[in-house]
Design a protein around this ligand. Sequence first.
Ligand code: ADP
Length: 842
Amino acid sequence: MAIAALPGSPGDVEVRHLRTLYQLLSALTQAQNLQEVYEAAITGLLEASAADRSAILMFDDDGVIRFHAWRGLSSEYRQAVTGHSPWSQGARNAQPIVVPDVFVETTLGEYHDTFRRERIRAVVMIPLALGSGVFGKFMLYYPEAHECQGDELAMAQAIASHVSIAVERKRSELARIESEKRLQAILDNSSTIIFMKDLQGRYILVNHRFEELFGVSKKEAMGRTDHDLFTPELAETYRVNDKTVVETGEPLSIEERAAHVDGIHTYISIKFPFEGPDGKPAGVAGIATDITERKHLEMASERLAAIVESSDDAIIGKDLNGIIQSWNKGAERIFGYTADETVGQPISMLAAPDRRNEMPDLLGKIRQGQRIDHFDTLRLTKDGRTIPVSLTVSPVRDPSGNIIGASKIARDISSRRDYEKREQEARRTAELLNRVGPQLVTELDLDKLVQSVTDLATSLVSAEFGAFFHNVVNEQGDSYMLYSLSGVPREAFASFPMPRSTDLFGPTFRGEGVVRIDDVTQDSRYGKNPPYHGMPKGHLPVRSYLAAPVVSRSGEVLGGLFFGHSETGQFTESHEAIVMGIAAQAAIAMDNARLFERAQWAQQELQRSNEELRRANQDLETFAYSASHDLQEPLRNIAISAQLLQRSSGHQLEAEQSGFLKTILTGANRMTGLLQDLLAYTHATRYAEGAPPATDPGVVLGAVLENLAGSIAQAKAEITWGDLPTVNIHESRLAQLFQNLISNALKYRSQEAPRIHVSGNERDGWCAFSVSDNGIGLEMRYADQIFGLFKRLHSRDQYVGSGIGLSICQRIVEQYGGRIWVEKSAPGEGSTFAFTLPARVR
Ligand code: ADP
């Protein structure tokens, strides 16, 4: 650029211009932003020209030219002339326009007032332009008319071209910074790790994600290598990969692992070489995407897929139009279709004939986002079966939450239903049997029992008719069959023979278990036997057949229950269970009834023999009584005659004859004693009249001792007694007991004077008495024997007696339900006799 000297003092002017330019350039290079560029330009322009005011206007992005910097201009002026430009934006070859006097210039007529108010007389307009044409202008303003030309103009133009360049450079620099900022912002907002390393492996760029995941700031990372930041192993892996990229000049896609604060993450890294401004490799850039979550998701979805595939339930996906989208193996198993046959087909293909409306309803609910849980319904399978299923249908949403379809889980509940039904029936059967059981068991009349078993069973299995054939053994030991019927009159069977052990009936009579046939006429076991080869003519029409043996506890087959129905397939598994239960109950009841019958018979038998015994006893007593009574008379005659004979002619008799006479007399005496004892015994065996009264033993004992006073005195005996409890017995009987025992104690005395003690006590409703003496005693091995009739331990020569006394005692206590025994005895040591009697009833 030629710098012309201004008129006047050329040297000074030149120097001033040069200084101005120098200052301008240095200001421009130091300018941080465009404003500083403009300010520097205005300063330079005002210094290098005669103008007293100046401005820079720029075309903005909207194409309007506006003031960007000015000096000495009012805002009214600026406002008034904003938008005015002699060149359009981008115009080429634009030249400066010098207006020496604005009032002379008619093209500016519209601004004359404005100029006047602003006291502007002359202006210069210098285009700011570069390769892309005009982008702004410089304005110089003069208060007086002034023609800018020569050096002044050249200087202004020089400044304009410098400023143009500077503006452009600044603009592009700003744009670069801006774009770098934008780039960094993009990089920083990326969820992938982005970095650049130079050829030495030093980081020259890292993004925010990098900082975040590796826990290093940009500052720390810059200029550092992987070895500074990571473990030696990882750093080495990275370095090898980087090297490969640089050497091959090709991008590399690899799965890399990196340790983060929350554990090891997996990345898909794309590494690629980048070039420097010289076109040579300058380093490696990398973009690493964290796929840890994706990996997890992949694994989760693989697992999910495996679960879906292996599920026993049908899992079906469908869209909102009901078109099947997915179909698992469970669905294949339950419905019979393969995925190929169903995917893309409408779900209605599974609708059960009478449930066509159900699916649209379900879809309607799904569209509203509802979930349907465990809804029991019916569905159609490929082979046309209708099966019960339990459905759970949930809406499927896309990532933004819109419902796009439904996933449906269908469980085949046929087996559950079967199970529930079976369980229900079993419960019903058990209840029925529980009700029936006690009813049967309490029936002890065998005939009635058999009839009620038949009736009950027939009604419980809803048979048209039922029969119970049971075996009976008569008194001669012959076995024959009886039967009871239900649902048909007896005449209907009367003319037919008893069922025989054919293929059909045999298993029942042999106790082999239940036979259930849906159609007996179609059964191979049926109709094989002559003469009828099937049912006799006129037999009830049997199609459904059910039979069960009734087997006793001992394993004996008591009979068989048979049921029939004229329709086929009437008897079910649960009927079978009912019949088995009733058969078992019937067996128990029949066993009981039989036992009862036998027990009744035994009871009757016992009663009969008791009666016989009683009669025999009575006869015996009558005989004994009358014998002893009737014999007394002639015996007395014999004794008296013998005594008379002795008295009258005893002295005349020979010794031998007198001996005979003595024998007659002793015999007669003994016989008299015996007869008296026998009479007493027969008396004692006779039951006393009326209920036993409460008796005071003390009173009875007193009377007895009075009675025995002679014997007691003779024997010099000492008799003592304690408190004796009141007892329930007839007085005369208790007197007999005391009398017998005390007189025995006196009779069987030793050398010593007899000491006899009577004691008694009451316990548990019984009174126990004892009579103890200090007599000769006896050997305990005879202790039971001596209570027998006529049983004695001594000869009559030693001790008189008949052996009846203790028998009488035993008879008496036993009549009152008591007992008598030898409590204690030994030869030479005395004896204690004890007996019990019922205590007084209080
Ligand atoms: P008897 O006294 O008429 O012989 P009992 O029936 O009264 O008949 O007695 C049977 C036998 O028991 C007696 O013969 C005697 O041997 C024995 N006996 C009974 N009482 C006593 C007693 N207190 N001491 C020893 N022996 C006795």
